[in-house]
Ligand binder design. Structure first.
Ligand SMILES: Nc1ncnc2c1ncn2[C@@H]1O[C@H](COP(=O)(O)OP(=O)(O)OP(=O)(O)O)[C@@H](O)[C@H]1O
Ligand SMILES: [Mg+2]
Length: 279
């Protein structure tokens, strides 16, 4: 379980995340949606250790992540993909994946320092990487340089790199951005295949069709606060959420006020619909 517990993030005078609490359960796909600048990527960046929280806690299976360095967060079981692709262009696809396995290979380095044989762990890691590439349909790209791949292929390599670390929580920041329809359908199948009882999956997306078809629950963010939380059906029928996306004149002010006034007090259980106005 990945928990954001009263998390705030300020950049100077700008409060990007304002006292947000989220619970991301394993076994389900939790979407985080919201207009540009809502704070979605900031949540991922804080969880993964790229940004420090201003206050609040982030817990993965009861391990507090908010003060840990990135590599320890990765070792604790959190993986992420980036909104803007961050692969090592000059490395091969397989090498890009092996980078994600550095925490696992540390004992191997220690063994080498002591002149011991690394044994099977290196071969195991290589085989894990190949298996993941195969599952994503890009096994044939393993020896290609990441920088030489098409954009859609690079997005899949990012996904592979996040998976191969065997995470307990995986945060996907706009994995479908820039993909065509065919690629998006393929991605959808890959995300659905990730669902497993001990993996918490966070999907940040603007593609509402994708969100509505794969997610089990949705948090809607607006201007750094949680505007709504519920099932896809409940969110689809929510007028304020629709307005947030349609960008009607004046809508954002209303949404902001609603979000700040009600943040973290809206709780919707599956099938109940959105409980607007209830404390
Ligand atoms: N490194 C940073 N330095 C200063 N301000 C930042 C930084 N990163 C994000 N912000 C600010 O935090 C707020 C939330 O940004 P964030 O990138 O989290 O939004 P988002 O919901 O991911 O938007 P988008 O859908 O466009 O990706 C914005 O006001 C943004 O300008
Ligand atoms: Mg973002």
């Amino acid at each position: 379980m990945l928990v954001f517990d009263h998390v705030t993030k300020r950049f100077g005078a700008n409060t990007a995340i304002d006292d947000v609490s989220l619970t991301i359960r394993p076994g389900v796909i939790t979407a985080v949606i919201g207009p540009n600048g809502a704070g979605k990527s900031t949540l991922v960046n804080m969880a993964a250790g790229s940004f420090r929280t201003t206050s609040g806690r982030i817990l993965l299976d009861d391990v507090a992540l908010q003060d840990l360095p990135k590599y320890k967060i990765a070792r604790a079981g959190l993986s992420r993909t980036y909104q803007n692709i961050r692969l090592f262009d000059g490395l091969t696809v397989l090498q890009n994946l092996e980078v994600a396995l550095v925490p696992r290979s540390l004992p191997r380095l220690i063994m080498q320092a002591f002149g011991l044989s690394p044994g099977s762990s290196e071969a195991e890691a290589r085989s894990d990487c190949e298996t993941v590439l195969q599952r994503l349909g890009i096994a044939h790209l393993g020896e290609r340089h990441a920088g030489s791949l098409a954009y859609g292929q690079q997005k899949l390599v990012e996904l592979a790199r996040a998976i191969v670390a065997r995470p307990r929580a995986i945060l996907l920041d706009e994995p479908a951005a820039g993909l065509n329809h065919g690629e998006t359908d393929e991605l959808k199948a890959h995300i659905q295949a990730l669902r497993s009882p001990d993996l918490a999956i966070v999907l940040i997306e603007h593609d509402m069709k994708l969100i509505m078809s794969v997610s089990d629950e949705i948090y809607v963010m607006a201007r750094g606060a949680v505007l709504a939380h519920g099932t896809p059906e409940a969110i689809r029928g929510n007028r304020q959420v629709q307005e947030a996306y349609l960008g009607q004149p004046g809508a954002m002010g209303t949404i902001e006020a609603a979000a700040r006034g009600r943040r973290n007090r809206i709780r919707v259980r599956a099938g109940e619909g959105l409980a607007w106005g209830q404390p």
